[in-house]
Design a protein around this ligand. Structure first.
Ligand code: OAD
Length: 231
């Protein structure tokens, strides 16, 4: 029974209408990373940061999982071994598409985090600056999103599964951000077959055993069919 680890990035949600980060008109062309995705940016202008994630939360609420998200859920349901999806995305389209064994390594838009006591709780609508933590009552709520300079979530669990992976796929991620961009090297060390699935080759593309290029809504269902047939 084989173990499959799948890393996803913004490209898997692009065809659901959610913009990626590094496209010409993507999020990082519209906003400065230092302003909206660092602890220093939040300390300097919390309203700008809270408003940015409130806007993204509204956008995601109006989006639907696409054929690629659903294909990964089908893989998890039908594969005889373990399937773990590790996403860098803060949207909830994997969950809504049916994936259960999922790690949000960069956090989630539908969650708040207390900067004081680390309590996390679900949120649906807008967050406010200085919102109270329901556990410790301090006015220290922040978006539960991992910013640059912070440690991504569940790294021990991710590296544990990567260390015994038979297949590793990276879908719709540009390979610019570590530690996620280093997962292919870890999977390779574990002896896994690795595939990059993207619109175009990325800067870490040469580290993969093979590649599949095209829009995720087409390539991912086809790749899942192939894996399930070889089960
Ligand atoms: P990027 O915006 O860097 O890369 C998106 C990738 O998706 C690119 O390689 C595109 O070629 C590809 N792509 C676009 N549309 C696609 C489609 N329809 N089908 C398949 N591939 C497609 O986004 P990420 O790699 O996810 O972190 O970015 C990684 C991290 O950088 C994010 O989690 C975020 C960001 O800064 C933090 O904010 C901490």
């Amino acid at each position: 029974m084989s173990t499959i680890v799948i890393l996803t990035g913004a490209g898997i949600s692009a065809e659901s209408g959610i913009e990626t980060f590094r496209a010409e008109t993507g999020l990082w062309a519209q906003h400065r990373v230092e302003d909206v995705a660092t602890p220093e940016g939040f300390a300097k202008d919390p309203k700008l940061v809270v408003d940015f994630y409130n806007g993204r939360r509204i956008q995601v609420a109006g989006a639907e999982p696409n054929a690629a998200h659903k294909a990964l859920a089908r893989l998890e349901a039908e594969h005889t071994g373990e399937v773990l999806v590790v996403t860098q995305n803060v949207d909830d389209l994997h969950e809504r598409g049916g994936t259960r064994n999922l790690i949000h390594m960069h956090g989630a838009l539908n969650s708040a985090l207390c900067a004081g006591c680390d309590h996390r709780w679900p949120i649906a609508g807008d967050m406010q600056v200085g919102q109270q933590c329901p556990a410790c009552s301090a006015p220290t709520a922040r978006p539960d999103v991992v910013w640059f300079g912070e440690m991504p979530y569940e790294m021990d669990r991710i590296f544990d599964v990567l260390g015994r992976a038979d297949f590793f796929a990276a879908i719709g991620t540009s390979g610019n951000v570590y530690p996620a961009a280093g997962f292919v090297a870890e999977a390779t060390r574990a002896g896994a077959d690795t595939v990059e699935i993207n619109m175009a080759p990325t800067i870490v593309g040469s580290e993969f055993t093979s590649s599949i290029m095209g829009p995720a809504t087409q390539t991912v269902p086809a790749w899942v069919d192939k894996i399930l047939k070889s089960n």
